[in-house]
Design a protein around this ligand. Structure first.
Ligand SMILES: C[S@@+](CC[C@H](N)C(=O)[O-])C[C@H]1O[C@@H](n2cnc3c(N)ncnc32)[C@H](O)[C@@H]1O
Ligand code: SF4
Ligand code: SF4
Length: 335
């Protein structure tokens, strides 16, 4: 990271002046899957045009954006994805991507330019496919191998719910020989769309989830292929109790949805649609962000970024005390 970026990050983090150094851009909500627990796989009504996308990116870049994570929906399904990645990389912006992996082998020209590919993998084939669609496990694995073959760093993301809570070790038995770490994070009822659907098929009870997370702590201590840093595992011990990390949202990073609505981070309600980078311009929309943080931060990578920017070294070290043994006795069974 350049010294100027670190200096800006420090100014931002310590409340002097916010900079959008990191942008998560949900390029499209279009997707080639319809995973059971996901409610973000239908394109939004007014997704940005090609011209609007590059106008917004240009403004973000002028304000200091140097790190982009492309998300979705499925970002590789967007018609301009190649152009977007090329544009960013040409300006030395670091680009990572969340993907289900299906299109990775077909888009290697784009994939090879990324700093990190994060592919969703929820368990062994039967469990993964049950939640994410027939054939999607093989596609995710093929995508991961294809990305590795072109020299790109790969991580798996495992969304932990009722469908896979009892098979995390089986999952690690698959991913460890591939030398790809798995970042685990809790399944939620909705990706902040305010939907009140019945999530009992995928949601664990809080104590069940904490038991899986406790198991992950033990496995991490044993040196298994857990990609979570200690800061997220420590933070998750409190799930779902309100727990405030040192929030960097709106100070150092922000999230833009496919219609150009800007949010402090991607883990907040999407109901208020007023903060549009198209109507207001990026600078004003960024200025408008609510920077108060919240107590419901349950996305592993976001949690880790918060503790990192907050310089909370204490939270980054392994906890002295192992998690309560009681937690380990109640490992849940998938239905
Ligand atoms: C919305 S997807 C977009 C990127 C890509 N399509 C993928 O599946 O990785 C990003 C991540 O959100 C996770 N996700 C989807 N629905 C979720 C939910 N209800 N709770 C928690 N995570 C969820 C997915 O499993 C995936 O790891
Ligand atoms: S989790 Fe990803 S792949 Fe699955 S439906 Fe949602 S956006 Fe699509
Ligand atoms: S979920 Fe809350 S605490 Fe976490 S980054 Fe977003 S606003 Fe901050």
């Amino acid at each position: 990271m350049q010294a100027s970026v670190i200096a800006r990050g420090a100014l931002a983090r310590f409340g002097v002046k916010p900079y959008p150094l990191g942008l998560t851009y949900e390029v499209t909500w279009l997707c080639n899957l319809a995973c059971s627990y996901c409610d973000r796989h239908t394109p939004m009504a007014r997704e940005l045009t090609r011209e609007q996308i590059f106008t917004a990116l240009e403004e973000f870049y002028a304000l200091g954006m140097r790190d982009v994570s492309l998300d979705g929906g499925e970002p590789l399904a967007h018609r301009c994805i190649r152009e977007i990645v090329d544009w960013l990389v040409a300006r030395r912006v670091t680009v990572a991507m969340n993907t289900n992996g299906i299109l990775v082998p077909k888009r290697l020209d784009t994939i090879r330019k990324l700093s990190l590919v994060k592919i969703s993998l929820d368990g062994p084939k039967v469990r993964h496919d049950a939640a994410r669609g027939d054939g999607s496990f093989d596609d995710a694995i093929a995508g991961a191998r294809a990305a590795q073959d072109v020299g790109v760093a790969v991580e798996f993301t495992c969304t932990v719910g009722r469908h896979n809570a009892d098979v995390v070790e089986e999952l690690l038995a698959i991913t460890e020989p591939m030398r790809i770490p798995v970042v685990f994070q809790p399944a939620l009822n909705s990706l902040f769309n305010g939907s009140d659907r019945d999530g009992t098929d995928w949601l664990l009870q809080a104590d069940e989830l904490r038991a899986v997370l406790a198991r992950l702590e033990v496995l991490k201590r044993e040196g298994r292929g857990i990609g979570n840093k200690w800061s997220s595992l420590r933070h998750f011990r409190n799930f779902p109790r309100e727990t405030r990390p040192p929030c960097a949202a709106g100070w150092v990073f922000c999230t833009m949805d496919p219609e150009g609505i800007l949010f402090p981070c991607g883990q907040l309600s999407r109901a208020d649609r007023a903060n549009s980078v198209i109507d207001l311009g990026v600078a004003r929309a960024f200025q408008n962000l609510d920077r108060r943080g919240c107590g419901e931060c349950w996305c592993a990578r976001l949690v880790e970024e918060n503790y990192l920017w907050g310089c909370r070294v204490d939270q980054m070290l392994p906890p002295l005390r192992a998690v309560a043994a009681a937690g380990l006795r109640s490992r849940p069974r998938a239905r």
